[in-house]
Design a protein around this ligand. Structure first.
Ligand SMILES: N[C@H](CCC[C@H](N)C(=O)O)C(=O)O
Length: 322
């Protein structure tokens, strides 16, 4: 049976997006690993599923490139927000996710006429068992040197609600990703710290309201951007006085986003604002576990998005290598 699939990205974090009424229609893990093979239309970082919801306008599920499922995806949620809002003919909606029903809305464009959406990132917890993560019986890791990881990089562990380890680093650890790669591969393999793996981000402060973030994603590897990681990094940077504004611009290898961070005492109100770009639509056939692309139509949107990439390269040329 022929079905339509979109290819989308948020900040260069690329996904296939599939809407269906039947949550059990396809083996999502097997389908996603097939879709994300790099030599198949350049692959992708995962699959976003849009499903009916009894409590919200739609439900989002997130499947990583390795077939594992995640509780949240910030860049993906912006693409889902656009799809659902355009389908409903509205500028805002509520999207059900595993841990929360999240508010999403169309936002003024961050650059030129690039479609831009604002999404709520929630729930947030610094409790190690919310990741989960174990470290010497501690209940949290907040801007702390972990000697097993590094003698110079302070790390914070936070769930939003997927798990993140955020390190504040110097230029040397942005120019060269070897330390981040080794630590991330260890924490996403057999290890004594993170039983479910973890997304690992290195944050380089650029000025008092701007940071650069590179993320090694659980279930994927290095990606152009990770929305939940950029939001978590903005929160950690704000709480540790690395930036001193509640609206933080976050550059990443694939583009840039804005993160709004409101510390309401015992609750953090986090909003991620950025592009939701549709680059192509595909028609595919599925017979059991046999998948086949039968049609492809590219959009004009990536040409517009190219301006974002040029801006990022100009702003980060002094320390980032692409
Ligand atoms: N790899 C992540 C899921 C995707 C998150 C990322 N793509 C984002 O935009 O937040 C995890 O396993 O927690």
């Amino acid at each position: 049976m022929e079905k339509e699939l979109l290819k989308v990205h948020g900040s260069g974090n690329t996904f296939y997006l599939y809407s269906t009424e039947d949550e059990y229609e396809i083996d999502w893990a097997g389908f996603t690993t097939w879709l994300c093979e790099k030599d198949r239309h350049d692959g992708a970082d995962g699959l976003l599923l849009i499903l009916p919801s009894e409590v919200a306008d739609a439900k989002m599920r997130v499947i990583n490139a390795d077939g594992s499922e995640a509780s949240m995806c910030g860049n993906g949620l912006r693409c889902v927000a656009r799809y659902v809002c355009e389908k409903l003919g509205r500028d805002e909606a509520i999207i059900e996710t595993i841990k929360a029903n999240l508010r999403v809305r169309k936002a003024p464009s961050l650059l030129e006429d690039i479609p831009t959406y604002a999404v709520e990132i929630s729930p947030v917890s610094f409790q190690l068992d919310s990741l989960p993560m174990n470290y010497r019986g501690q209940t949290n890791i907040r801007h702390q040197i972990i000697e097993e990881f590094s003698s110079t990089i302070p790390f914070t562990a936070v769930s939003v609600p997927n798990p993140h380890l955020i390190g504040i680093v110097d230029q040397a650890n942005i120019k060269d990703n070897a330390h981040q790669k080794n630590l991330s591969e260890m924490l996403n393999g057999e290890n004594d710290f993170c039983s479910d793996g973890v997304n690992v981000s290195y944050v380089y402060p650029m000025n008092d309201d701007t940071i650069f973030v590179r993320t090694f994603e659980r279930g994927v590897g290095f990606t152009n951007a990770c929305g939940t990681a950029m939001t978590a990094s903005a929160l950690v940077s704000r709480l540790n006085g690395i930036v001193n504004d509640d609206v933080i611009t976050v550059f990443n290898p694939g583009g840039f986003v804005r993160c709004e961070v409101k510390n309401l005492g015992d609750f953090y109100d986090l909003t991620l604002i950025g592009n939701a770009t549709v680059t192509a639509s595909y028609v595919f056939n599925v017979e059991g576990t046999a998948y086949k692309f039968v049609g492809l139509k590219e959009t004009e949107e990536q040409k517009l998005y190219q301006k974002c990439i040029e801006l990022v390269k100009r702003e980060t040329a002094s320390f980032a290598s692409y």
